[in-house]
Write a protein of this length. Structure first.
Lengths: 332, 247
């Protein structure tokens, strides 16, 4: 096999999992919402992993990028639905989502990424809450009442298409975004960027004297991660729910969930966030069913055990075990 | 034109003057030893050259260019490489990946891709004799192997100036002799100026350095050819304790 082809082998298990999720959703009645939730967590894990996993920096303001993506979609459909764009309005929403998430990432990153790990984490906590209060306080973008755009969606596309967009294409798009995130992650890990990020994650000062512009590479990871989050927010929250409501969109618990998924699966790995997203999603669903209200109480100790027992995450451990076996090239 | 020139460089930490008006010139391909007791300012001097610290006073020149305000990574691109007193491998990455980072981001940065960097890495790994360890995580190496890995990683940057911080501490005398011979060879073949900072191991200084700079309380006390510097009465009194022949 050529080197070029082997490079892409680690994508196989990731895409296989996504295919199975899609087939189950399509084929088994009543499974669509659960599968959509799993795909959402996988996608968030992958987007988050590109920054948290690959740089080792924790961004507590992560959900702000999802929220801005949601607003991007909401603003596009709410304000521009009369333009004769057709489905293009959704594409405009995606574009706006990415632009807004990237702009915020550039603003926050250019300042906060010059700080060391712990200071960065603290600085980012404020971003999330600050942005929410900015929207609520200045009453921009609907203020604390948010934006409901289901009517605009109906007016533009008619009941059938609007329904199809919200209940089918929104979820499928998240799957596509997740697949895209995996491709980007692989490209980063295997390329020069991956080496720079590995070095700065392990020892930032050593990385600097070895010629790595650490701020630049952190910013690359941060902006990429934010752009993907914006896309996910636009689809999984915006187009799917057809409303955006600040306390929900800026709910910090999604950031915490993202951290859990990445740590559980294996930070900085390709397959890790997918495995983490699946396990977290399933466990959350199951605990919600059997012990509603207690899911966090039960989940916290499980996470602690996993993080202590497998500090490199499930996939990190798996990679160690598979060294030298024929499966090695498939797990990254 | 000197390769590196320090012009009355001073660095203070609060009331402590760690490096006090030190001037120094290093020519291309020189082998220099910097000796001095703990706290004499050696590591601070390295940090000023590699750009971790900005001097409070004085300027730093590299190949005639004022690099005082350049960040560390740009100095690395120009050809300044260093190793650390306590080895700082990228522990979870393999030896090969560690050394490839040097090739990717050193003076060759932007000119070579990952695969070529791997080839450069393999060459330097072989030079320092770590080929059997190539695919191990760098964190799993012995302390001496880590030092060798760091040297390979720094050399893979294809630097013009290599600063080594206590590279030989904790090594067996035989290994020191081997490393000294290796460094002399590297200097002859690649024309790299090598500065080795040494606290205790005079064997390394005598074997390797052609010129020695002795630091004391942040100042440059002596800067002379090796035998002359280590024979200096002040150096004997303050640092060596007795003449070198007896050490």
């Amino acid at each position: 096999m050529t080197r070029g082809a082997t490079k892409y082998l680690p994508l196989l298990p990731v895409y296989l999992i996504y295919l199975v999720l899609f087939l189950v959703a399509e084929g088994m009645p009543g499974m669509w919402q659960l599968m959509a939730m799993l795909v959402f967590y996988c996608a968030v894990g992958q987007a988050f992993n590109i920054f948290l996993g690959m740089t080792g920096y924790v961004n507590f303001g992560y959900v702000a990028f999802l929220a801005l993506g949601t607003y991007g979609m909401a603003l596009s459909i709410y304000h521009f639905h009369q333009l004769p764009l057709g489905v293009g309005i959704v594409l405009l929403g995606l574009l706006l989502a990415v632009v807004m998430a990237v702009l915020l990432a550039l603003m926050v990153g250019a300042v906060a990424l010059r700080l060391g790990g712990a200071y960065f984490a603290i600085a980012t906590i404020g971003v999330n809450e600050g942005f929410r209060y900015l929207i609520e306080g200045t009453k921009i973008w609907g203020g604390s009442e948010g934006i409901i755009f289901s009517k605009q969606l109906l007016d533009t596309f008619g009941r059938e298409v609007a329904n199809k967009l919200s209940t089918f294409w929104a979820d499928v798009s998240v799957l596509i975004i997740a697949a895209l995130a995996a491709l980007i992650t692989l490209h980063f890990i295997r390329g020069k960027t991956g080496y720079a990020l590995m070095a700065l994650r392990e020892d930032e000062e050593a990385a600097k004297v070895m010629g790595i512009n650490v701020t630049k590479y952190k910013l690359i990871a941060f902006v990429t991660s934010a752009a993907l989050a914006g896309l996910i927010g636009a689809m999984a929250w915006g187009l799917k729910l057809t409303y955006v409501f600040p306390p929900e969109a800026f709910d910090i618990s999604y950031t915490v969930e993202g951290i859990i998924i990445v740590m559980l699966g294996g930070a900085g790995t390709l397959l890790g966030p997918v495995v983490g997203g699946l396990l977290y999603g399933l466990a959350k669903y199951w605990l919600t069913v059997i012990l509603p209200g207690f899911q966090l109480l039960i989940f916290a100790p499980i996470i602690i055990v996993v993080v202590v027992a497998f500090p490199e995450g499930i996939v990190g451990m798996l990679r160690q075990r598979l060294k030298g076996t024929p499966f090695e090239p498939f797990v990254l | 034109m000197a390769l590196l020139k320090l012009d009355r460089v001073t660095k203070r930490f609060g009331g402590l003057v760690a490096v006090n008006e030190v001037s120094l010139e290093i020519e291309q391909g020189e082998l220099i030893g910097i000796v001095g007791p703990n706290g004499s300012g050696k590591t601070t001097l390295y940090n000023l050259i590699s750009g971790i610290y900005h001097p409070d006073e004085g300027r730093v020149f590299f190949e005639g260019r004022d690099i005082t305000d350049l960040p560390p990574y740009e100095r690395a691109h120009l050809g300044i490489a260093r190793t650390f007193q306590i080895s700082r491998p990228f522990g979870s990455a393999t030896v090969r990946e560690n050394v490839a980072v040097g090739a990717l981001f050193g003076t060759l940065h932007g000119q070579i891709g990952v695969e070529e960097a791997m080839e450069v890495a393999d060459r330097y790994i072989e030079l320092v004799g770590l080929t059997p360890e190539r695919d191990k995580p760098a964190g799993a190496l012995t302390p001496v192997e880590k030092k060798l890995m760091e040297i390979a990683r720094a050399l893979a940057m294809r630097p013009k100036l290599l600063l080594m911080d206590e590279a030989m501490a904790g090594m067996h005398p035989k290994d020191i002799d081997k490393l000294v011979a290796f460094l002399r060879k590297v200097r002859d073949e690649e024309g790299i100026a090598i500065v080795a900072m040494v606290e205790h191991i005079m064997r390394a200084v005598v074997g390797m350095a052609e010129r020695v700079m002795v630091m004391h309380q942040g100042r440059k006390m002596v800067d002379a050819p090796t035998a002359e510097a280590l024979g200096d009465q002040r150096v004997v009194d303050i640092y060596l304790g007795r003449p070198l022949e007896e050490v």
